[in-house]
Structures are given as C-alpha cells and as structure tokens.
Design a protein around this ligand. Structure first.
Ligand code: DAS
Length: 379
C-alpha cells in the first residue's frame, strides 16, 4: 500500500469510527459527545451520495475525488456531535454523484420519506444528504411531493469529506439540528447549507464554492447558530401536508424538456414531441414564435420562465406587467390554428429547472390551462 493510500484509508476509518471510539481518541480538552439521550428527538438521515460522501485518492490535497463513496453510517459516525442533538439513524437510498439522480429516483425518494413519516410518528424529521449539482431540483421535488408537515432538510457539501476543510460535517450537523427543532415544523422542505436555512422552493446553487447556495431575491428563512436553528421567515406557498400531489399510482413522470430562447433563435423541434416544454426566455424573437406555436398545435404544454426565476416582477424588456412573455406576443398575427392550442403558462417566481419539476407533477393531474396556471400560482 502506498503511503498516500494508507493515509486515505486511515482518514476513512476515522470517519467511520463509532462516536464512542472517536470520542476516546479526541484531543485533550475536546468536548465529549453526549451518550445517546433517550429524550432527544429521533432523526433519520437518508444518504443519496454526492461530494458530502466524497473521498479523495490523495486526502488533504485539492486533487480529484470520488463522489458518493462514504456510506450513510460513515457520514453519521463522522460527526460525533450529532449525538448531543438527536438520536440519529442512517439509511442508504443510493450512493451516486447527483448528476446521476433521475426523476424516477425523485419518485422513489419521496415515496420512501412519505412512508417513514407516516409509519414512524416517533421520528422528528428526515435529513437527505445529496450532491450539490442537482440538490435544488431534488429538494423542490420533495417540497411538492412529501405530504407531511414534519421537517425534511436536504444537505450537501462543496468539499469532499477527506478534502481540506470539508464543509459536510458542519452542514450535516446544522441540518440535523434544524429538523430536530420544533421551529422547523410546517416550513416545507428546507435546504441547510453553510448555516443558512433556505426554502427548497427558492434555493439555488449559485457557484461551486462554500457559500454557493442562497435563496436569490427571496432570501433565507433563518440561520443555524452555535445555539441552534433560528427562523425569521416562513414560506407561504402551498407545500407539505397541503400538497395535492399524491404519488400513489404515479409510475413515471411525463417528459418535459427545457429549452432556451435567444436572439436569432428559430425555436426547438423534436423528433417525438414531449408532453411539455419549459422555455427560458426574457422575450421571444419573432423568428422563434412559429416553432413554439407549432409545438402548442401538437398539444405540447408550454411554460415560460425567466432565467433567474424572477418571473413575478416583470421586466422592461417584456413591458412589465408581472408575467413572462408569451411566444404569440412576438409574432405577427398568426393564421387560425389547425388544432386548439395547448396551454401556455407563466412560471411565476420559479427558475426554469424548478418550473419543469412543477409542470411534470402538474401534468400527472391535468392538461387544462386554467388548472395548470392555478397550480403555478399556488405552489
Ligand atoms: N459531485 C457533485 C454531485 O454529486 C458535486 C457536489 O456534490 O458538490 O452533485
């Protein structure tokens, strides 16, 4: 075994140590983790992979690493401080980089969380560990499809577990403390990163560095301090126990594509039309309008969204007025459609990638334009 690999294995073993042994090896003066206190809330950590479970071949360097390597149990055992705040159980859902997470996995994960929250009333809440690349999408899917007011928090890390200054242990601790807190009840699915508590509806990954997650214009719900989570705001959009999205009988989600509109664009064409298309646009070029109209003539539901997700405020380029542009508005008056046009929906304040997720779920219920727009207004 090379010296480098031996160091890696040593760090891995240290991460996997049970809390009691890790405490026994703690440096002098370090606080001793509490014994499992039977009055503490129970929290289930469900691990899906990502950098938070990532291991470098050359630990302590900035070299490459393998995401989704440590197990759920190793992640929990690596943070003995968790035992002061909750009785934590670990469960493995998958162990992949989040670019490998699929819509079918969203359905499976939401079903699993719905089942444990229903069947285990003693659980205070659930923490999902996840890669950061697709964290906001999974979190928003859970926000829509977990029909419970019990807290669920999604958490990741920008630095691998065996890298320099890993952020995962503190993020995991903050997430567990958040879901263990009664303050988190009814706030919808949360994302806890860098001691910020963010709503899954608003959260976005802005950059690939520590501190890269925020809530855009909508800001954050609270912070996690040394004393614990402190909430300052609560979401008002429909979510959790009030959600109408029941996954019973949903085997797969309808195909919804994401496309861009841009200067000189001619619009998308598909060999097989999807059920829906979300178009990222600040305003349509006249040259694009015909292609989007043709899609609607083929029955494809269209959703228009601003790149930033700031669809609610309007913008000078679209004349303001609170809704994103519609492709028809850029075109010369068109001939009467050969078939009734499928609906064109405004995404409200959702990023295009989240508008796609809401449309996928909404299309499992309805294709009616008014109903779809209601859903986009409520969630
Ligand atoms: N490896 C990536 C992922 O799993 C990045 C990360 O987690 O930060 O999403």
């Amino acid at each position: 075994m090379t010296r480098r690999r031996a160091a890696g294995v040593a760090i891995l073993l240290a991460l996997a140590l049970p809390a009691s042994r890790a405490a026994a090896q703690a440096p002098p003066g370090a606080p001793t983790p509490a014994r499992a206190d039977t009055t503490l809330p129970r929290v289930l950590v469900i691990a899906t992979g990502g950098t938070i479970a990532g291991v470098q071949d050359a630990p302590g360097t900035l070299g490459g690493y393998r995401a989704g390597t440590l197990t759920a149990e190793q992640l929990v055992a690596g943070v003995p401080e968790l035992a002061r705040h909750a009785r934590v159980e670990a469960e493995q859902f998958s162990n992949v980089a989040s670019t490998s997470i699929t819509p079918a996995m969203w359905v499976g994960l939401a079903r699993r969380i719905n089942a444990v929250l229903r069947e285990r009333p003693e659980l205070a809440g659930v923490v999902v560990t996840h890669g950061t690349d697709r964290l906001e999408e999974t979190a928003f899917f859970l926000y829509l499809a977990v029909r419970s007011d019990k807290p669920v928090a999604v958490v990741g890390a920008q630095r691998p577990a065996t890298g320099i200054s890993p952020d995962g242990p503190m993020n995991l601790l903050s997430a567990v403390r958040t879901v263990a807190s009664p303050q988190a009840t009814g706030k919808g699915v949360l994302v806890v990163m860098d001691e910020r508590i963010l709503s899954a509806r608003e959260v976005r990954k802005q950059y690939q560095r520590v501190g890269g997650f925020d809530g855009g214009e909508m800001g954050m719900l609270g912070v996690v301090t040394a004393g614990g989570p402190e909430f300052y705001f609560a979401p008002t959009r429909r979510r959790g126990a009030a959600s109408e999205f029941d996954l019973a009988g949903v085997d797969s989600l309808p195909r919804v594509e994401l496309v861009y509109s841009y200067p000189g664009g001619t619009g998308p064409t598909f060999a097989t039309p999807p059920v829906g298309v979300v178009v990222t646009t600040t305003g349509f070029a006249p040259t694009e309008a015909a292609a989007f109209r043709a899609l609607r003539e083929q029955g494809v539901v269209l959703v228009t969204a601003f790149p930033s997700g700031d669809n609610a405020t309007g913008a000078p380029r679209t004349g303001g007025g609170g809704a994103p542009p519609r492709p028809d508005s850029a075109a010369a008056p068109a001939a009467a459609p050969s078939r009734p046009l499928a609906p064109s929906i405004a995404a409200q304040h959702l990023t295009p990638q989240k508008a796609r997720i809401l449309l996928m779920l909404a299309l499992t219920h309805t294709r009616d334009g008014r109903e779809l727009q209601r859903i986009f207004r409520e969630y």
